[in-house]
Ligand binder design. Structure first.
Ligand code: VGL
Ligand code: ZN
Length: 203
């Protein structure tokens, strides 16, 4: 049962958006093309309330992209992004959504960030994604979307530890910082995840 998981294909992560990932828009045609190859397609959406704790604007004497400790965890302070029900939180207008069977929203707790589609950053609360996927009989999870070294990487780490066969489609992601993504790639491989290009999908 091959499942494609679209991570945060949202306007704020596209060039011109609040937290733009360089080239983020370039992956949308590939995502649209690949969907029909899969038995199940699901998506995640970064979905923050106003004044979320991950926003630099919620803290005093800080600026965007500063690193702070938030309840003991490292936290990058982001520009305000993906605020619930705004255009920035909407999927890219060209993303085909007809085949997306479920959307898992994350980052809704105002006090804690949530990069992974499975758990918040402190692993305190599950989104229910593991249970949903296991109930559906999903075994191999293919990941695509944004941003490579944040929400894609954190989702992949959780998918591996939840026991799924986990594959990153490398040409279907873009990073905020390529060096950070290189470290994430090595960690994915070390943990037993696979990294392929879409050309290698032979089904
Ligand atoms: C993301 C930073 C903050 C992501 C979400 O989707 O990768 N990155 N919120
Ligand atoms: Zn976010």
């Amino acid at each position: 049962m091959k499942t494609l998981i679209l991570i945060d294909v949202q306007n704020d992560f596209m060039p011109g958006g609040a937290l733009a990932v360089p080239g983020g828009n370039e992956i949308v045609p590939l995502i649209n093309k690949l969907q029909e190859k899969f038995d199940l397609v699901i998506a995640t959406q970064d979905w923050h309330p106003n004044a979320h704790a991950s926003f630099a604007s919620s803290h005093k004497n800080t600026k965007e992209f500063d690193m702070i400790k938030l309840d003991g965890l490292d936290q990058v302070l982001w520009p305000d992004h993906c605020v619930q029900n705004t255009q920035g939180a909407a999927f890219h207008p060209d993303l085909e959504t007809a085949a997306i069977e479920a959307i898992f929203r994350k980052g809704t707790n105002p006090k804690i960030d949530s990069y992974s589609g499975f758990y918040d950053n402190a692993h305190l609360k599950s989104t229910g994604l593991t249970g949903y996927l296991k109930d559906k009989g999903a075994k191999e999870l293919y990941f695509i979307g944004l941003a490579a070294e944040y929400c894609v990487y954190f989702s992949i780490k959780d998918a591996i530890s939840e026991g799924f066969e986990t594959i990153l489609i490398e040409d279907g992601t873009r990073a905020l910082n390529n060096q950070d993504f290189e470290n994430a790639r090595l960690d994915i491989l070390r943990k037993g995840g696979k990294i392929i290009t879409s050309k290698e999908l032979n089904f």
